[in-house]
Design a protein around this ligand. Structure first.
Ligand SMILES: [Zn+2]
Length: 141
């Protein structure tokens, strides 16, 4: 479920660089290891790069070894939506911003969490920005 209207999303997309739009709205994947957020250790909130929705807390961030910023859980169940992704041989669960639909990454189980828990690997990691608790749109690169 996406909360913003198609017109609102179109306005946000018009300001995105093409490479950002390709990942956010065509489920592209940023190569592992290139996000500056991998090294981010400060307290804060990670926001959707497109619409500014607060998605993850630094309190839930951990090092998964995947090369992408990873989180145990989103800030709230309402912050993200999910769907099945069949781009690889095995189906995966893609997650996205529940507000604008921007691709955020994939849900996975890496064995570092209790079996009942899944992590969120943000392979669309550039869609997140570190902010304090505000919900304003992120600046573009
Ligand atoms: Zn969003």
């Amino acid at each position: 479920m996406v909360r913003l209207s198609k017109d609102d999303i179109a306005r946000l997309r018009a300001d995105l660089p093409p490479e950002v739009d390709a990942i956010a709205f065509h489920e592209g994947t940023e190569p592992p290891g290139c996000s500056p957020l991998n090294a981010e250790k400060r307290d804060g909130i990670y926001h959707c790069r497109v619409c500014g929705e607060a998605l993850f807390s630094s309190a839930a961030k951990y090092e998964s070894g995947s090369g992408w910023p990873s989180f145990f859980e989103p800030l709230s169940a309402e912050a993200v939506g999910t769907k099945r992704d069949f781009k690889l041989i095995l189906p995966r669960t893609e997650f996205h911003c529940a507000n604008c639909g921007a691709h955020g990454g994939h849900v996975f189980r890496d064995g570092r969490r209790p079996p009942a828990s899944a992590g969120a690997r943000t392979d669309g990691c550039w869609t997140f920005d570190r902010r304090r608790r505000s919900n304003t749109p992120s600046p573009l690169p």
